[in-house]
Write a protein that binds this ligand. Sequence first.
Ligand code: FAD
Length: 411
Amino acid sequence: MATTALEVDVTIVGGGMVGASLAVALQGSGVRVMLIESVPFESGAQQSFDARTTALGNASQRIYAALGVWEGVAGAAQPIRSIHVSEAGRFGFARLEAREQGIEAFGYVIANRVLGAALWQRLARADAQLLLRVPARIDHIEPGAEAVAFTVQGEAGASETVRTRLIVAADGAQSLVRSAAGIAASVEDYDQVAVVTTVAADQPHGARAYERFTPSGPLAVLPLHDGTLAVIWARTPADARTLLALQEADYLAELQAAFGWRAGRFVRAGARGSYPLRLTRAATAVAQRTVLIGNAAQALHPVAGQGFNLGLRDAAMLAELIVAEPAAAGDPAQLQRFADWRAGDRAGVTRFTDSLVKLFGDPRPGVGLLRSLGLLAFDLAPPAKSALARVSAGFAGPIPRLARGLPVRHV
Ligand SMILES: Cc1cc2nc3c(=O)[nH]c(=O)nc-3n(C[C@H](O)[C@H](O)[C@H](O)COP(=O)(O)OP(=O)(O)OC[C@H]3O[C@@H](n4cnc5c(N)ncnc54)[C@H](O)[C@@H]3O)c2cc1C
């Protein structure tokens, strides 16, 4: 077995949606990066770039535009021009029109695989400063004052010893790097499972996204660029099992009954997938020469479509700090600045998402009426709408340069 010793500036563990985006943001910066991913992008077992679709907020769109990734995926991205929020059996509903907010779109829906292909194509470009280890496994992680030491094991059993000045946990909600750094995480089980699929309707979607709160769980219906709709339906685990086992026609009938006819008649459904829903929150964002981003830091309920958008802003801010001062990569002051700058956005979006799940899941008498009134008031109150439009578009607190459409580096 060959053993070599390597020195790198930054090691990103996890090349999913967030880790791959960070690696792209650091490309060409002169920073020596190692990216370790256990499951290759092309593999059917890749869990980040699976059959799901993601609603990207405007800040995320700007980040990808500034990174030169957007031009390759724009043709496959569906703009969301309006949002309709309602609750089954209640009178209140809210409508948001991008035009009224003076914006082109609230965001763009894109297939995870399309985004993944664009990111991994960029990473595959010859680049002496980017060391790709895919598929590979990280082991023996030992954080120290000057560097983190670890070993990385490739497919053929080749083992390398590596020293990195900063290790980035982008390895998802069950982060191994987070545990190795001794950072605790709290896990709150929502006792819900998202059942996800794509459906075709007999009328055009008109670029409208729907969020419908039903007694059996929140239901999101998003327009896709091929004219179909992505459906994300959070149900109890038992209901989800039933829903997954239904024949296509029975699934469509159940969906239609819960959603209503505002998007037309649902005529076809694709394969269904399922995701247990939990709120996972790391106790801290940073530890010795270690930083957590994306789901490794916070994994949210998908009800408001915010998890990835938040994680991408983590990546954009971290790239900015590293590129501004590469010699300080992983130094305590740099990590603390990152933690401070990201704290408001992280806490705000996490709280917003969690309260939405809880408010609309609250069966107490009277709460339903308050929700209806809330939605009505929201529909009538332009400032509230503008505030939500801003949250959906991203950020609270310092805004990463990339999210403002600027290059990662100050020039
Ligand atoms: C049903 C559903 C719908 C969603 N829709 C939206 C949406 O519309 N908008 C939105 O903003 N967010 C959405 N989200 C949230 C979004 O999917 C996550 O925020 C996003 O996947 C986080 O990306 P990540 O790269 O941090 O983590 P992950 O996607 O979990 O990726 C982690 C990566 O690390 C790799 N890995 C894991 N362990 C190791 C290891 N030890 N070594 C090497 N590699 C490792 C994995 O193979 C994977 O590639 C949704 C989530 C769900 C469940």
